[in-house]
Design a protein around this ligand. Structure first.
Ligand code: 6CM
Length: 247
């Protein structure tokens, strides 16, 4: 069949064989499965999610949590976006080619390892937040189809001997992120840009890895997460405008 270059690079509908023979595969599979399941769980019930930002269809919740005096508040966001598919959302979130266009907290990004077409290892440095030291992160990123019309990207910290932690200007932070997306359209209809809706669940837990003032950190998260999700989703809508849909 004939593909455009862009279609070939969309997240594959099945796990890439090269991933399943990699030493990280058991961890990538386990954490991705857990994260995707948790992402689609609601925010009601005992667990005590508190709403901290709301705009249109977007809702953001957090739970205040500290580990050894460091803020590790888990964050969970829900959003609904019309006109783009789950697969397209995940394509733009996973593919490093687009990252500088939507990620405003990023200073540098290096691809450390290409495990497979659906799995990469990244080193990233972030913009410094006064008065804390600059942070970096080293994490694997994996995109998969988890069920019909459902795709997700999971990012999780890892280690690499060529990128040791805390040996330069940066303090290494630890991150677990999951962007899980599910597309729906009216039964019996063919999906088009005019009738599809994608529900997004974004979960993030960051351990700053070393001292950072709690108040500053919470203020940064409160400002930056809504900014990120609004900017990222409108970026994807913009990129997909006029292109054939990839379901
Ligand atoms: O999920 C997001 N981006 C992904 C691609 O880059 C990836 C990134 C994870 C790192 C998240 C770290 C956020 C910390 C940013 C501020 C720097 C902290 C300094 C602490 C010292 C006071 O999963 C979007 C992430 C959006 C973050 C607002």
């Amino acid at each position: 069949s004939v593909h455009t270059r862009d279609q070939v690079e969309l997240p594959p509908p099945a796990i890439d064989n090269r991933l399943t023979v990699h030493p990280l595969w058991p961890e990538i599979d386990r954490i991705s499965t857990e994260q995707i399941q948790a992402a689609f769980e609601g925010v009601g019930g005992e667990i005590g999610w508190q709403l901290f930002a709301e705009e249109g269809d977007m809702r953001m919740y957090r739970r205040e949590m500290e580990v050894d005096g460091m803020v590790t508040d888990p964050l969970k966001a829900m959003h609904k976006v019309r006109g783009v598919t789950a697969r397209e959302m995940c394509h733009y979130f996973f593919n490093p080619r687009y990252r500088y266009e939507w990620e405003t907290t990023l200073e540098t990004m290096t691809i450390v390892e290409e495990i497979a077409s659906d799995s990469l290892v990244f080193h990233q440095t972030f913009k410094r937040i006064w008065p804390a030291s600059q942070r970096d992160a080293l994490f694997w990123s994996h995109v998969r189809q988890s069920s019909e019309n459902t795709y997700a990207v999971t990012n999780h910290s890892t280690t690499n001997a060529d990128y040791p932690a805390n040996n330069g200007a940066c303090i290494r932070l630890f991150v677990t992120v999951c962007l899980a997306c599910h597309t729906t359209y009216p039964a019996g209809e063919t999906p088009t840009r005019d009738n599809i809706t994608t529900s997004i669940a974004y979960c993030s837990t960051v351990n700053p890895g070393g001292w950072a003032p709690a108040g500053v950190l919470r203020a940064v998260y409160k400002r930056e997460y809504p900014k990120f999700l609004k900017r990222f989703t409108s970026y994807v809508v913009e990129q997909c405008r006029g292109k054939p849909i990839a379901i």
